[in-house]
Design a protein around this ligand. Structure first.
Ligand code: FES
Length: 266
């Protein structure tokens, strides 16, 4: 393998696309398959407008929360019904677009889908096929900077998911109830909080613009906590995709009568 140095850029001129000999293509391929599968499942479910609520136990899937369409069953509409019931509008159309934008602009997902779908670049030390690179300096990618605002909205929606999970412990007919569905809803909401709080925007929000941490001990503690979560942001990103799909599928299966909820109390 021969290489020379480009005098103008100081960079090595290497004819080969990459000198890597490991399976560098595996992560982008796996990410592309995983993300595409999830988006297809979520799209089908969001537009299905059925099997989203279990009336006996008050389980509401996060894909339909908050359920604000006039098509929602009244027991599932904890925050009113303000959207028309038309086939092309998901019942949770006031939250889903923001959750999508939150994830689409997420620093981790950007890395994942730039590599998986744009090959920009496909992996470290692997040349990308594009001739020009403008990064995120112009439209539309400059809009990625809106991420911090989607973070605030996603935080509010996660609180709604927490409300749904707590509400499900109190059966619509009255009395406390505990089933496998409650545990799945709770685990999902804990993971959603871990993902949301581990966001890079959250970390810079709690710890940014401070010159002396010693003068802000509370914010320092919060920043230390968020920083620890932040090191696991990629894991939380995937764990929440799995937990959201599992939660939704479980509630669909119980709602459709394919399985019965495993009851522990009530
Ligand atoms: Fe991933 Fe903010 S960086 S959610």
């Amino acid at each position: 393998m021969s290489s020379t140095t480009d005098a103008s850029t100081g960079r090595a001129q290497i004819a080969a696309r990459t000198l890597r000999t490991d399976r560098w293509w595996l992560p982008p391929v796996a990410n592309a398959a995983g993300l595409a599968a999830w988006v297809i499942y979520a799209t089908v479910r969001a537009f299905m407008q059925d099997y989203y609520y279990v009336p006996e136990y008050g389980y509401l899937t996060p894909f339909y929360s908050p359920c604000v369409s006039t098509g929602c069953v009244p027991e599932a509409s904890h925050f009113g019904q303000i959207l028309p019931d038309v086939w092309w509008l998901p019942y949770a159309a006031i939250s889903l677009p923001f959750l999508l934008l939150f994830r689409l602009t997420c620093y981790y997902y950007r890395k994942a889908y730039y590599r998986a779908f744009w090959l920009s670049p496909p992996a470290c030390a692997v040349a990308e096929p594009h001739k020009r690179y403008t990064g995120e300096t112009r439209f539309p990618l400059i809009m990625q900077n809106l991420h911090r605002y989607f973070f605030y909205i996603a935080g509010l929606i996660t609180l709604i998911n927490l409300y749904d999970a707590i509400e499900a412990f109190f059966k619509p007919g009255g009395g406390f109830g505990l089933g496998l569905g409650n545990i799945i809803l709770l685990v999902n909401v804990v993971l959603l909080f871990a993902y949301t709080l581990s966001c890079h925007s959250c970390r810079s929000g709690v710890g940014g613009r401070i010159n002396h941490f010693s003068k802000h001990p509370v914010r320092y503690k919060m920043w230390t906590f968020v920083t620890k979560l932040n090191t696991r942001h990629m894991q939380f990103a995937w764990a929440t995709l799995v937990s959201l799909a599992v939660t939704d599928f479980y509630i669909m299966a119980v709602s459709a009568g394919w399985i019965t909820d495993l009851r522990i109390v009530g």
